[in-house]
Design a protein around this ligand. Structure first.
Ligand code: PEP
Ligand code: MN
Length: 355
C-alpha cells in the first residue's frame, strides 16, 4: 500500500502516518520528493485497511498495490488450475464446449436439445430449471421437476451438466443432482448465495454481473474460494453498454485480463452476450481465439416455440459448423477440444455413482 501526501503536508503529518503504521506492527518507508512525499507500507494489509488513512491530515490518496483477492489470485497459485466437472476438464490445455437449452421446458425438448449439444461436440450439458427472469410474468422454470428432467437426460447421454441456482434455499437440492452449479449474472454479488454454493462443494460456474468490473467478478469468486471450494470457473457473458444492437457487449478483453490475475479457468457465453443466433458463431471464434478455456451455448430444437431466449439458440443446421469451428480454433491455439476422460470415472461420477 502507498500513502501519497499532499504537496503542502508537513513533517508532523508524515510522522502521524508513520507512527500509526508502526503502532499496528507495520513498517513505513518515507520517500521525500521535491514536491510531494510518498510513504510505502509493508505489513498486514487487512490491518492497514482498518486505519482511516484517508482521513489523516495531509493525506491525498491511499493506493493499494497488491491484489485484494488471495485464494483465487495467481500469486497464490502460479499455475492455471483445471476444474473437473464430472469427468470433463475445464482448464488452460483444453477448450470445453458446454451446450444445451436455455431453459428446461419439457422432457422431449430437453432431450432433443441435449442430443443436439452432444452432436455438436459438447462435453458438458447446460439447462436452466430455476430461471432468473427480468419479468415476473415470464416463464420461471420448472424448478425441481426440471432438475430431474435434466439429470435424467444427462445420465442417458452420459455427459455431466451445469444448472443455475438462484436462491440459497435451493442449493442443497440442486447440488444433490447437478455436476456443476451456476451463479447467474444477476446474482454475481448475492454474497449469501455465493457462500452457500461454495459450501456445497460442487464446481461452480460464476457468470460476470451485467455491470460488474473484472475486480468485482474476481472478488465474487474469492467469496466461493473462501468457503474452501476452489473449483470455480469464471464466465464472461457480455456487459451492459450504450450499444443496443447486441443484447450485451461481449468483453473479449476480460478473458486475458482475468487469466492474468487468477489461476481460475475463464470461459465465454456467446449466446447471452450477442443475444442473436447469427452472432453466436462469430463470437465463438473470437472467444477461442482470445484464449477462452471454454464456451457455453444455447441450443433449441424449435427456437420459435422456446419459452426463454429462442432468438439466440442455435438450431440443427448450425451444429456441424459449431463443431468444426470449435475444433479448428482450438487446434490453432494448440489446444484440444475437451472430452470426457473415462479414466477418471471409477465410481466418482456417472450412472453407478448416482443410481
Ligand atoms: C443463463 O445462462 O441461462 C443465464 C440466465 O445467463 P446470465 O446469468 O448470464 O444472464
Ligand atoms: Mn438464457
Amino acid at each position: 500500500m502507498v500513502v501519497v501526501m499532499r504537496p503542502g503536508a508537513n513533517d508532523a503529518d508524515v510522522d502521524k502516518v508513520v507512527n500509526a503504521i508502526s503502532d499496528i506492527g507495520g513498517e513505513a518507508f518515507v520517500s521525500r520528493g521535491r514536491h510531494q512525499t510518498i510513504i510505502g507500507l509493508v505489513g498486514d494489509l487487512a490491518q492497514f485497511a482498518e486505519l482511516p488513512l484517508h482521513a489523516f491530515p495531509g493525506v491525498e490518496d491511499v493506493i493499494r498495490v497488491s491484489k485484494p483477492y488471495k485464494l483465487v489470485s495467481n500469486d497464490a497459485h502460479p499455475r492455471p488450475s483445471t476444474v473437473w466437472v464430472g469427468d470433463v476438464p475445464i482448464g488452460r490445455d483444453t477448450v470445453t464446449l458446454i451446450a444445451g437449452p436455455c431453459a428446461v421446458e419439457t422432457e422431449e425438448q430437453t432431450d432433443a436439445a441435449c442430443r443436439m449439444a452432444k452432436e455438436s461436440g459438447a462435453a458438458i450439458l447446460r439447462g436452466g430449471a430455476y430461471k432468473p427472469r427480468t419479468s415476473p410474468y415470464a416463464f420461471q422454470g420448472l424448478g425441481e421437476a426440471g432438475l430431474d428432467i435434466l439429470h435424467g437426460v444427462s445420465r442417458d447421454l452420459d455427459l455431466p451438466f451445469v444448472t443455475e441456482v438462484v436462491t440459497p434455499a435451493d442449493v442443497d437440492t440442486v447440488a444433490a443432482k447437478a455436476d456443476m452449479l451456476q451463479v447467474g449474472a444477476r446474482n454475481m454479488q448475492n454474497f449469501q448465495l455465493l457462500k452457500e454454493v461454495g459450501m456445497a462443494g460442487k464446481p461452480v460456474l460464476l457468470k460476470r454481473g451485467l455491470t460488474a468490473t473484472i475486480d468485482e467478478w474476481i472478488m465474487a469468486a474469492e467469496y466461493i474460494a473462501h468457503t474452501g471450494n476452489l473449483q470455480v470457473v469464471l464466465c464472461e457473458r457480455g456487459i451492459r453498454t450504450y450499444e443496443p444492437m447486441t443484447r450485451n457487449t461481449l468483453d473479449v478483453s476480460a478473458v486475458p485480463v482475468a487469466q492474468s490475475l487468477t489461476h481460475l479457468p475463464v470461459i465465454i457465453d456467446p449466446s447471452h452476450s450477442g443475444g442473436k443466433r447469427d452472432l453466436v458463431l462469430p463470437l465463438t471464434r473470437a472467444a477461442i481465439a482470445v484464449g477462452a478455456d471454454g464456451i457455453i451455448i444455447d441450443v433449441h430444437p424449435r427456437p420459435e416455440a422456446a419459452l426463454c431466449d429462442g432468438p439466440q439458440a442455435l438450431v440443427k443446421d448450425d451444429l456441424l459448423t459449431l463443431r468444426e469451428t470449435v475444433a479448428t480454433y482450438a487446434a490453432a491455439g494448440n489446444r484440444e477440444v475437451a472430452a470426457p476422460d473415462k479414466s477418471r470415472r471409477a465410481g466418482a461420477w456417472g450412472r453407478s455413482a448416482t443410481a
